[in-house]
Design a protein around this ligand. Structure first.
Ligand SMILES: Cc1ncc(COP(=O)(O)O)c(C=O)c1O
Length: 332
């Protein structure tokens, strides 16, 4: 974002993001706006679901907001998959719409990478970033990844040229983004590698890379994202069906907020519990050996990951969830 957000206070200065963006994204936008001496009150625009009880944001709503602010928007930051609801956004359509309006678009793919197939170059995405803690199994805090479209990461000069900095976009620069041929000469002249690699800041941790490579080898052995996505769709649909077979008493205590259309979600169902049931339900699940994720105030995120979960895990989860939920209600 620091490389591509070049606001003009009298022209394009706004950043559009969702109102319930992951805090990392929200804070990054706030700090970028403030770094440029602007105010979030005038330069930050948030997309809200029009319905308080349904947090899903339609492509139409996003396009309408883009149209409304098109003349003075510099950048859009959206999640490929929304972390709380599990909604998979229509990345190609929204990207095309942003680009048509001359707006730079960045996708946060933390929940999408390793979860759904991504064709970022073909979809004409400007840039994207992701952590590898989730479906890529890197482990908490593992190295992140970035995509920068080739049109945004060209290096057209040689370091020996007169004014070589004319051949690439300015950015936060670090020695690891420097051209490999000169990186170890320890000179003070920055000249980036072309592509996303030219945006690297410092030497990555070998332990991070080792865990990530081990995981990527397993993705390759599993045949890559296409067969995994196919299994993922079937498994998430199966989980949904198992949930629908729970007792009426238990079903009254939660609802699924993730879209029911398999093309609008990844390997995740977000279960919104009745107020006050989350802590006890999570406790009950853990006692039954089920590890899922909670998001305050009231969401349990169940994510059957096709690389290592199976259909039986879905059944075990639903059995444990039903008894934990009913026990939580009784103890209330
Ligand atoms: C959507 C999303 N973005 C970003 C992050 C975290 O990124 P970072 O640890 O780099 O702040 C997460 C979760 O860990 C996330 O869910």
């Amino acid at each position: 974002m620091s490389a591509f957000y070049r606001p003009d206070p009298n022209g394009r200065h706004k950043i559009i993001l969702e109102s319930k963006a992951f805090p990392s994204d929200h804070f990054a936008v706030l700090s970028q706006i403030r770094h440029h001496g602007l105010s979030p009150e005038t330069s930050m625009v948030t997309i809200e679901s029009p319905f308080a009880e349904d947090p899903i944001i339609s492509t139409y709503d996003i396009q309408a907001l883009i149209s409304k602010h098109a003349a003075d928007t510099a950048l859009i930051l959206l999640p490929g998959i929304q972390y709380y609801t599990g909604q998979l956004f229509d990345i190609p359509t929204i990207t095309a719409y942003a680009r048509k309006h001359g707006i730079f678009i960045i996708w946060d793919l933390a929940h999408a990478v390793g979860n759904v197939p991504l064709s970022l170059h073909d979809w004409d995405v400007d840039a994207a970033a992701w952590c590898t803690y989730k479906y890529l199994n890197g482990g908490p805090g593992c190295i992140g990844g970035a995509f920068v479209h080739s049109r945004n990461s060209l290096v057209t000069t040689l370091i020996t040229d007169h004014q070589p900095e004319r051949g690439y976009g300015n950015r936060l620069s670090g020695w690891w983004g420097n051209d490999k041929g000169t990186r170890f000469r320890m000179e003070t002249k920055f000249h980036p590698v072309k592509g996303a690699a030219g945006f690297q800041l410092s030497n990555p941790s070998v332990l991070d890379i080792t865990s990530l490579c081990a995981s990527l080898e397993l993705f390759e052995l599993a045949g890559g994202m296409v067969p995994l996505r196919e299994k993922s769709k079937r498994m998430t649909a199966f989980l949904e069906e198992c949930l629908s077979l729970m007792s009426d008493d238990a079903k009254k205590l939660y609802r699924i907020i993730t879209p029911s259309d398999p093309d609008q979600r990844g390997a995740q169902l977000s279960l919104l519990l009745e107020h006050g049931l989350l802590d006890a339900t999570m406790h009950g699940l853990e006692e039954n050996g089920v590890i899922v994720d909670e998001r305050k105030p009231s969401v349990v995120r169940a994510a059957p990951a096709p690389l290592y979960n199976n259909f039986k895990d879905c059944v075990s989860f639903v059995e444990a969830f039903e008894s934990a939920l009913l026990a939580a209600q009784k103890a209330k």
